[in-house]
Design a protein around this ligand. Structure first.
Ligand code: ADP
Ligand code: MG
Length: 265
């Protein structure tokens, strides 16, 4: 069964989409089968994966509305080597339409159930809000990866996200966990970065990833070519950092798999 990770933070511009694309490509580089689900109507993860959001026959919108099977809407990221369930502006309508539907919070989980065993990792790029789309991602997920910039207001917004994760854990998805907290656009020369980073170590001692993602212009340039940074400039600091993150996530997963007792014969 593939591990489903929602990449979430209701703050915009913290590196959710950048993490989704580059983690997907880096996990592929470690021989994992990966599906990226774009759940943001902006469609940035689709475009950055080389899938044109303007010419989609089918998208995650059709899947959520039960108008097609998930596997019928998948495309391949040529450069990234992973599968993409793309999104575009149609998804804005889903935010409203979902509210009227039965099992509105579990549509994505249900749609994913048949495809989960085809992948090792399924990464969901969440929109920058705690709306019904993000709720669908959190109900479908095993764990949440929270990218954050180490700046003054970063921690303030985090409690709303943590509370939402707890509430969904109590009501709709008891196995949901905060899988990891990822420091993005990291600049160790900035003393505020170091202060916030120290607070994160205290708040999330077991979840904070050792890997930090530096600020790196190659990461910002790559999406306009529809490529992960690994294809655009594999020597860049950004590429090396996301490969390290994939390694850390694989190792955590191996430890977690070992911790599950073998079924009795
Ligand atoms: P989100 O999905 O959370 O809104 P994005 O991943 O789109 O955030 O990132 C916001 C902007 O910052 C984008 O222009 C992106 O290219 C840039 N960016 C993200 N991570 C980095 C980084 N580590 N170094 C430099 N630029 C980055
Ligand atoms: Mg985004």
């Amino acid at each position: 069964m593939g591990k489903v990770l929602a990449i979430a933070n209701q703050k915009g511009g913290v590196g959710k989409t950048t993490t989704c694309i580059n983690l997907a490509a880096s996990l592929v580089a470690t021989k994992r089968k990966v599906l990226l689900i774009d759940l943001d109507p902006q469609g940035n993860a689709s475009m950055g994966s080389g899938v044109d959001k303007h010419t989609l026959q089918r998208s995650v919108y059709d899947v959520l509305m039960d108008e097609c099977e998930l596997t019928d809407a998948l495309q391949t990221s040529e450069n990234g080597g992973y599968q993409v369930l793309p999104a575009n502006g149609d998804l804005t309508a889903a935010e409203v339409q979902l509210l009227e539907m039965k099992m509105k919070e579990s549509r994505l989980r249900y749609a994913l159930s048949a495809a989960r065993d085809k992948f090792d990792f399924i990464l969901i790029d969440c929109p920058p809000s705690l709306n019904m789309l993000t709720v669908n991602a959190l109900v479908a997920a095993d764990g949440v990866v929270i990218p954050m910039q180490c700046e003054y207001y970063a921690l303030e917004g985090l409690s709303a996200l943590v509370n939402t994760i707890k509430r969904i854990g109590q009501v709709l998805n008891p196995s949901l966990k905060i899988e990891g907290v990822l420091r993005t656009m990291y600049d160790p020369r900035n003393s505020l970065t170091n202060d916030v980073s120290a607070q994160l170590v205290q708040h999330f001692p077991n979840q904070l990833y050792h890997t930090v993602i530096p600020r790196n212009v190659r990461l910002a340039e790559a999406p306009s070519f529809g490529m992960p940074v690994l294809s655009y400039d594999k020597q860049s600091k950004g590429a090396i950092a996301y490969l390290a993150l994939a390694g850390e996530i694989n190792r955590r997963q191996e430890v977690a798999n070992k911790a599950i007792p073998a079924p009795a014969l």
